[in-house]
Design a protein around this ligand. Sequence first.
Ligand code: NAG
Ligand code: NAG
Ligand code: NAG
Ligand code: NAG
Ligand code: NAG
Ligand code: NAG
Ligand code: NAG
Ligand code: NAG
Length: 657
Amino acid sequence: MNRKIHQLCMLLAATITTLWWPRTCLIITAVDADPQINLLNRGCSQYNVTNASEFYTNLNATFSDLRTQLMENSSHFATAQQVRGSNPVYAMVQCRNYLSAADCVACFTAAVSQIRNCSAANGGRVIYDGCFLRYESAGFYDQTTLPGNVGLCGNITASQVTSFTAAAGSLLVDLQLATPKINGFFAATRNEVVSSGGSGNVTVYAVAQCAETVSKIGCQDCLNVAYNNLQSCLPDTDGRAVDAGCFLRYSSTAFFSDNQTMNIAPFLKGGGNSRKKGIIIGVAVGGGGLLLIVGFLLYFKLSRKPMADHRGDILGATELQGPVNYKYKDLKSATKNFSEENKLGEGGFGDVYKGTLNNGKIVAVKKLAILQSDRAKANFLNEVTLISNVHHRNLIRLLGCCSKGPELLLIYEYMANSSLDRFIFGPRKGSLNWKQRTDIIIGTARGLAYLHEEFHVCIIHRDIKTSNILLDDSFQPRIADFGLARLLPDDKTHLSTRFAGTLGYTAPEYAIHGQLSEKADTYSYGVVVLEIISGQRSSEVKSDAMGEFLLEKAWKLYENGLHVELVDATLDPNDYKPEDVKKIIEIALMCTQSSPALRPTMSEIVVLLKGTSYLENRSLTRPVFIDSDKRVQGDTSTSTGSSTSNATASTSQLSGR
Ligand SMILES: *[C@@H]1O[C@H](CO)[C@@H](O)[C@H](O)[C@H]1NC(C)=O
Ligand SMILES: *[C@@H]1O[C@H](CO)[C@@H](O)[C@H](O)[C@H]1NC(C)=O
Ligand SMILES: *[C@@H]1O[C@H](CO)[C@@H](O)[C@H](O)[C@H]1NC(C)=O
Ligand SMILES: *[C@@H]1O[C@H](CO)[C@@H](O)[C@H](O)[C@H]1NC(C)=O
Ligand SMILES: *[C@@H]1O[C@H](CO)[C@@H](O)[C@H](O)[C@H]1NC(C)=O
Ligand SMILES: *[C@@H]1O[C@H](CO)[C@@H](O)[C@H](O)[C@H]1NC(C)=O
Ligand SMILES: *[C@@H]1O[C@H](CO)[C@@H](O)[C@H](O)[C@H]1NC(C)=O
Ligand SMILES: *[C@@H]1O[C@H](CO)[C@@H](O)[C@H](O)[C@H]1NC(C)=O
């Protein structure tokens, strides 16, 4: 994984090199000049710029300040900030000290052009071999080690495994120890690997560097983490460790000229434990037998695996990639000019069409029915960036968008099996067995738990219902339409919540008072679970039943211990165990309690669903039953436009219960 990324980065870097290279420099320093624009890590964060023109003005001023500092004083480190207004920019650049002043500026120039890809993100970073550039909307100069720190290993194993590991290992230990004590927090050094088999001597080169604005202790901490990350690269011939406040790199190929090496011995005196540990590792490996080597190799293999997983996020802000932009005319032809025949449905936010792209890929294209003001467009791009970064197997992937045509369009992955409502109430009613239904119940809970608790921004769906839960080829659930409610204009959100939610699924505190929390989704989820189990719509009164809405009916059956009577008659009774039915119905009723505080969080629900305990000790409180619901529902079926007044009218009746 790392290697692939690495190779990709090399490729990217090679492309960039050809782009930026200043011709005048070519003639003068063609041989030595190397700004080392090999891309190691990049990312953008925080897409919440509120005033783009102000932001870009600040960003440009900051970059030009950094450039002046690098050029006029030939320095290798600079910070600059523009804090006026509501979109402040703080920035930092650092070149490896072995670069010439010209190479440093060249590396910075490349980094600026790369980081501008973040466009209106108010955070971004680029880490090259030669330099590092970062900006954020708040100060970060003292940051040292952050989640996402990572070791990037080479792809060639050193020929003399033991001696190379020993030599490189002790070199890195020395650097880790000495660098925080050196003025400017930079050290470059090398170590000879003495060949035992006559295959030629090898030299290991290494550098360590901390941001000049961190403390000595901070530098130590950061390099300590970096050292641990690099250990798992050995015995590869190359390794780099990147983090917010420091950089550590070694290679068997010289990447700085010999006259840059420093004598770090004076800084190692009184070095204490780390130094001893280094020597011990060195000696043990150098003198050890085959067993030790095997052990080491095993250790490297094992310890390397998890590294691939914590990529990105190195500078604390979660990495967001921009959405893919599709061309309007491509989407128009993919959907046969948004023809009726390609229409998949009408969602709360606009119509959805099936589209076949030029490459044969089938997608779902949603035409957003929101105002196209500049403000709405800016919001749109921010939200779309956010949504397109949501990756979870129970959530529909947003593939990209199109904001350059007459309508705002969203492009989603296409689900051939359509939505859950068709399988529960619709044309294919009764075709899902018990196992499939419980899988859908658990998967939906997982998807919501991710949106609420695991994604770096809490996304409340606000409109969970069976028609928003799509099914993939193996009937696993994929929640659709999340994040879109945030696109509604600010001044409309409170009122429009009654539109955004669908009566019958909407939590009472949200429907009536507009009080929104993730527990509103918990409520809707509980209603959906009851629908899945019973095959009855929450808004429908069954003539054969007790003449009540689903929620009220479920509650009464629960109170009388008759849970099993709620189960869809199309299900085979041999398919499910009564105690499982009981558990799931009780979980659903926990979700629909009238007090949001009493409802469990979605991650708790996942645990409850998967657990074997039967919740006997949990006493449930009664849900709110909306008497007027019958009337409201009756009205909405004839005219959706009038539902606002009906919902408002029902308020007084509801609060009386
Ligand atoms: C190692 O990576 C370099 C570039 O990163 C590439 O040119 C080379 O082909 C790779 N070697 C192997 C054995 O994968
Ligand atoms: C954006 O900021 C600039 C000042 O940098 C100000 O003149 C302008 O009015 C602001 N625009 C908005 C929409 O706030
Ligand atoms: C900032 O700099 C970029 C690139 O030089 C330029 O395209 C853009 O217009 C500038 N923006 C402002 C607000 O100065
Ligand atoms: C260059 O260094 C001097 C002395 O340290 C300092 O006063 C000056 O502000 C620096 N110039 C720039 C452009 O940072
Ligand atoms: C953007 O969001 C981040 C984190 O949510 C916050 O720290 C920052 O101040 C925000 N920036 C602006 C310009 O609103
Ligand atoms: C980012 O910027 C660089 C340099 O300006 C450019 O070559 C590259 O294609 C852009 N896009 C990405 C995804 O890096
Ligand atoms: C390797 O280094 C050792 C000790 O520095 C030296 O004696 C030997 O001649 C070197 N071998 C080669 C092939 O350079
Ligand atoms: C270091 O060596 C390089 C060539 O390898 C040379 O261009 C440079 O001037 C040298 N620097 C010093 C300070 O001697």
